[in-house]
Design a protein around this ligand. Structure first.
Ligand code: ADP
Ligand code: MG
Length: 688
């Protein structure tokens, strides 16, 4: 007799090796086995007459053996001819068998077989079916419920898994497994016990199509519970953070007014709304953690600048961290344009500075002379000491891990306010579930006057035509990006491929200035090149994907992406966003190497059809799944037990409703829910 809390090793016949393998998939005790759900079912609940067999489907039949025949073909085969009372036939075919097995099959015996029905030359066939010799007294194959087929892990057999899970189901009958939802969803959903029993052994009248599509109420019951646990753990993180104390900002609008009046444009409503959200947060003595989302070119930078002004007016420091040197330099330039006229001092820190440059900057940061600090990963290295860091802004947050963000946060005396910005929008369902611990502002409108970028796809073999197009664009006074992609993870290989393209373009674009930029170049060289491109001294910039994010040169109106099939949707949209920033009509040419995979064709089609980052983000989620999109952000969303954000997004409303009920309950009820669904290693950063 087992209890659900018993470790799996207490199961007879389950040794240390199997224990290790099960532990690796998160199964430590019998209760965990209950949540290891079948991925499909076999129907052995009825015997199908031969005239009702369906080719390609599995069926259970009961027939009489007529004849056994061994074929002496190159590969030996055993054929067993069966018939029913109407002399209809079925042939069993075995490619592997032994003499004992052959001898057991005797003419006149009644046999039950379960397997997939195939078309043979003489009759319908089953290959290597599961079978029982009924007239020899072997157990009947007929079952009362559908038979589960479990996902396996290497070294564990289906039979073992079934046996162990059945033990857990036996223990479930006697246990009082806490049902976290009993009082919350009385009557409207099955109990946890019912749901688990149904999913392991559905009854014949349960809707298997629903189960196959994860739409059965028993699944919905578990999916909602799991998403709820996820949501709740994030909401608790949020509450915990909100209970910390940070420096209070008094909102003064002296500097903001000055900046506003110097701008050559009017803020969009969405930008103003975001600025108001941020100011509200800053005025509280609890740390802000706000996600600022907006499409490429929606103008997130200026919103960040206004946040910095609030810090400065309160004599606090603000830090802006960007994922690449090019982007950090670009921010230095952009922020300087806005802030220098207001007399604000900026420090700049990157990994490639020499020690005297670096020391000079470190000194400015430490003494507080620098009011704003801009940099790369170098910002959170040891040796960087802030005077009074109170606002941390992370640009393109998806390029950083949670830990990197937190290392910077830890440089502040009091928990700083944080603003994290995305490169492109995050799909709503993902944002609601993976970022429930963050508040969020969405810039859902582009500055007026932006012209949609026309996107075309051309085979790599049509370079000639592209070169002609480049000449035309440059002759009209506009500039061009040519992006070389290479999947290799080596920056030197990337540089080499870009060098080849650069040579080709130089040869074919006589009289134009074609310049190469790649990640292997020194930072001075890179920033000089970007500067020259910004100034219009360069016609065509040949680049690796180093220019992916943030770069802003409004006069560039043509983007060519070579081997675009190698990049994901979000990355392509992001790259394309480098053009279409000025008043000129822009074009993006996606060049590709044939043949394209179905997935690549879909990506290119989506980009041709839409310029809307919110639409593209949703498609990207469908194509790639949440794990790929969240990348370094380990949140547990990607490997849930039963829920799947993409498939189950339609349940999020209920999930949020129930989470709000749960957060009002006592802590032990909440712990019980979270413990059941979220393993400790996933929640380990909960306290940071
Ligand atoms: P992203 O959201 O991609 O980071 P940026 O902040 O780089 O976008 O802004 C893109 C461009 O739009 C910049 O040249 C910026 O000066 C300009 N811009 C920002 N806000 C507005 C606005 N309200 N009206 C017109 N142009 C704007
Ligand atoms: Mg940006």
């Amino acid at each position: 007799m087992h209890n659900l809390s018993d470790p799996i090793i207490s199961i007879n016949g389950l040794g240390p090796k199997a224990q290790e393998k099960l532990n690796a998939i998160g199964v430590y005790n019998l209760e965990h086995l209950l949540f290891h759900l079948p991925h499909r079912y076999q129907d052995k609940t009825r015997i199908t007459p031969l005239n009702q067999l369906q080719v390609g489907s599995e069926a259970l039949v009961e027939l009489t053996i007529d004849k056994i025949e061994e074929l002496a073909t190159r590969q030996r085969q055993l054929l067993c001819y069966l018939s029913d009372e109407n002399n209809r036939n079925l042939i069993l075919r075995f490619f592997h068998f032994n003499q004992y097995q052959k001898q057991q099959l005797v003419r006149g015996d009644i046999i039950q077989c379960f397997g997939e029905v195939k078309i043979g030359r003489e009759a319908l066939e089953m290959h290597h079916p599961e079978y029982r010799l009924i007239s020899k007294g072997q157990d009947n194959l007929l079952e009362k419920t559908l038979s589960p087929i479990y996902p396996l892990t290497a070294g564990i057999h289906q039979g073992q898994m079934k046996k162990w899970i059945n033990l857990a189901l036996e223990a479930l009958k006697r246990s009082d497994l806490v049902d976290n939802f009993e009082n919350l969803a009385k009557n409207s959903m099955p109990t946890l016990k019912q749901a688990l029993n149904t999913l392991h052994h559905p009854k014949v009248d349960d809707n298997i199509d629903q189960i196959a599509n994860f739409k059965h109420i028993s699944q919905q019951r578990l999916i909602i519970e799991e998403l709820c646990a996820q949501q709740l753990s994030l909401l608790r993180l949020k509450n915990e953070r909100k209970s910390k104390v940070s420096n209070i900002f008094t909102i003064k609008n002296q500097l903001s007014k000055q900046l506003l009046s110097s701008l050559s444009f009017k803020l969009t409503n969405a930008q103003q709304r975001s600025i108001d959200d941020i100011n509200n947060d800053l005025a509280s003595n609890h740390p802000m953690l706000r996600l600022l989302q907006g499409d490429v070119g929606s103008g997130k930078t200026i919103v960040a600048v206004f946040a910095c002004l609030q810090a400065i007016e309160n004599n606090f420091q603000a830090a802006i961290m960007a994922p690449t040197e090019i982007l950090a330099s670009q921010h230095l330039q952009g922020f300087s344009n806005y802030l220098k006229p207001l007399g604000i001092e900026i420090a700049f820190l990157t990994g490639s500075q020499n020690s005297s440059e670096k020391n000079e900057q470190l000194e400015k940061i430490k003494t507080g002379v620098a009011q704003v600090v801009i940099g790369t990963h170098a910002l959170f290295q040891e040796g960087v000491v802030f005077n009074e860091l109170s606002l941390v802004i992370i640009d393109e947050q998806h390029k950083f891990g949670v830990h990197q963000r937190l290392s910077l946060v830890q440089k502040a005396r009091n928990t700083p306010h944080q603003l994290v910005m995305t490169a492109t929008p995050i799909p709503r369902s993902l944002a609601m579930s993976a970022y429930a611990d963050l508040d969020s502002s969405i810039i859902d409108e582009l500055p007026p006057g932006r012209k949609p970028i026309k996107t075309v796809a051309l085979g790599n073999n049509r370079k000639d035509e592209v070169v002609e197009k480049i000449k035309k664009v440059c002759n009209e006074g506009n500039q061009v990006y040519w992006v070389c992609t290479l999947i290799e993870d080596s920056e030197s290989l990337r540089a080499e491929s870009a060098t080849n393209t650069h040579n080709y373009l130089q040869e074919n674009l006589d009289g134009f200035s074609v310049v190469l930029i790649h990640g292997r170049m020194g930072k001075d060289e890179k920033s000089q090149i970007m500067h020259n491109f910004s100034n219009g001294d360069i016609d065509v910039l040949v680049a690796t994907t180093v220019i992916e994010v943030g770069v802003n040169v409004p006069n560039a109106s043509l983007m060519v992406i070579e081997n675009s099939e190698r990049l994901g949707l979000a990355q392509l949209h992001q790259l394309r966003g480098r053009v279409g920033r000025g008043s000129d009509k822009s074009i993006c040419i996606l060049m590709y190497q044939s043949p394209l995979s179905a997935n690549a064709i879909q990506r290119i089609d989506i980009l041709r059809q839409s310029n809307d980052g919110f639409v593209i983000a949703n498609k990207d989620l469908e194509l790639r799944g949440p794990g790929e999109i969240l990348g370094t952000q380990q949140t547990g969303i990607a490997d849930m037990k039963i829920a799947n954000i993409v498939r189950d997004g339609y349940l999020l409303k209920q999930v949020i409703y129930y989470s709000e009920q749960f957060i009002k309950l006592n802590k032990s009820r909440q712990d019980a829910l979270i413990d059941r669904w979220i393993t400790n290693d996933k929640a380990q950063y909960a306290n940071t």
